[in-house]
Design a binder for this molecule. Sequence first.
Ligand code: DC
Length: 226
Amino acid sequence: MSPPEVVASAPEVTVVAIDGPAGAGKSTVGRGVAAELGVGYLDTGAMYRAVTVAVLRRGIDPDDDHAVASATRSLDMVIDDRDGVTWVSVDGVDATGEIRGSEVTAAVSAVAANSAVRAELVERQRRWVRDHGGAVVEGRDIGSVVFPDAALKLYVTASPRVRAERRVAQSGGDVDEIEDAIRERDRKDSSRTDSPLVEASDAQIVDTTVMSIDEVVADIVGRLRR
Ligand code: DC
């Protein structure tokens, strides 16, 4: 008699979803939590930025939905978080600095509003997390769309003024202008039709307006330990 067939079920992977507007401290919180859990960290904003790099390098109009979608599907993109930096390569060429440039920042909202781009990237994000055996994943739609069953969902936010002040402390600039740009990007991210920035109904809200980001990491890690 042959032994009973063993059906191997894939172990559940742990996913922590971190959503929220730009500049609220998601990356610092995400990396701190990932280090504590001993899992990888995926910055999905870097993926939308990587697509934007490819679009601009190829001279495609970011508003040309069809051309942008087809560029995304054929894109060779490698994302790797090391030493507090998300390293990105686009079609075999390093784009780590380029993804943060002002040209990319100005064009990325149009690319992120493209439904075919979102469908392709959501698929790649799920595969990345599966291949890495779980992760802390940061973005805008992670708890609401990409991983609705995440073990923990955090919505990290802060007032636009505080976010602008932190940006100025980091890389200089005019605080009023930066605050205006932040408000405009929030408006675009929250008002697009496909997967707008929203708080998932079961997300824990983490407001870093008054708490420092380090205090927030300590607080979340404490909760995870308990
Ligand atoms: O977090 P970030 O600023 O690097 O994100 C870049 C852009 O991508 C921003 O316009 C929001 C968008 N984005 C998104 O639509 N969905 C995600 N999961 C992550 C980022």
